[in-house]
Write a protein that binds this ligand. Sequence first.
Ligand SMILES: [Zn+2]
Length: 432
Amino acid sequence: MHKLFLLLFLALCSLASVCAQQNEVYIKAGHLYDSEQNIIIKNKVIQVKGNTIVSIGDFNSIPKHAEILDLTEYTVLPGLIDAHTHVLFSQDATEDFSEHSIHSLTMESDAIRALRGSKRAKSYLDVGITTVKELGNSGLFLDVALRDAITEGTIEGPRIFASGPILAATGGQIYGVSPKHQDLIDLEYRIISGVEDAKIAVREHVNQKVDLIKICADNIPNNTHLSIAEMKAIVETANGYDLTVVAHSITNQSAWNAIQAGVHGIEHGFNLADSTLTLMANKKVFLVPTENSKTYMETYSNLAGYDDDDLGWIANYLARMKNRLDRAIEKGVTIVAGSDNYTDIGGTRGESSRDMFRAYFEAGMKPLDILQSATYTSALNLNKQNELGVLKPGAKADIIAVKGNITTDFITTIKDVVFVMKDGVVYVSNPK
Ligand SMILES: [Zn+2]
């Protein structure tokens, strides 16, 4: 069946109809971020044909009568990547995660969940995030459906790398559910019961066409966790299908166990000890720190009803997160940018995701290092380093432009997105 389609497609191309008429455009960039070298270069032109970058050249390389997009007043970047999203999940600041999950699993249809997710998906493009790594809490493969709907052009949104349901120990992350109702958890998590079951779970996910596997090394806020043997079985089976495995980890012990089992990345890692960070650096296990900025935390605590006199915990939280990030960078751990923002604090989901840039900046990361962690490094860890997160020949035409000086005025500039192209299609064009 596939072969037939391919032959048909090649026949169309040889008739020089579809292929030869792919739009060609030259994008003039006043400043261009080279994410591989982690430098800004001046006055470059990006030749885009269809959905692909064909060349990067100087202004004088533009042929006469070519279609030109003039972004000489701006800094042009590869489309940004958020490596930790939950597009199909949202809760209010006042809601308890567990109660909210049970409520939505029993009182919301898959249809309404997917439709709400599709609106959130669009908002990522508006802020220049053209790719997301979608890590579960998406029902039974609604993330895969959302990905496919975007890929086929039915709805607009970022490229999605979908994990399907999170593989987790008894109860998943949803605490407090009575034994009689544990089957509800199976609507949101793939509960693992032993080594053999772990292998079967990965194969089920492969069969549903996931892009990667997400596990809960620990189930915090719930109290169970996977064994090293189960995680090892998951990693080995996933590797056999060329899939990577990333692990939600809050405790230091669970991160240590997951790394021993061979996972590729640690998500959150709020309590990583120096010895674990060193192990991560040695084994090239990346970290997706999912902290929030001061502004975000203050807004959240207001909405959640915390007393204004009792905000000392925010300062403690920020200091602890800065310390963890500093130690990770110092030990040489690869940092991949990810937001994990699923609480509705006002604004769109895309705007909420963007808070990760502010958080890393406040914690002391340099602007270009933050950009690299949300472009080249992130793509590298998706095994897409030649396709995504870079502006170079052969890469997908995921290109954005921001107004301002990205190195000296990072926060204002990264928020001022004036142009967004994904896969050669322009979604935002507001030159100022
Ligand atoms: Zn998450």
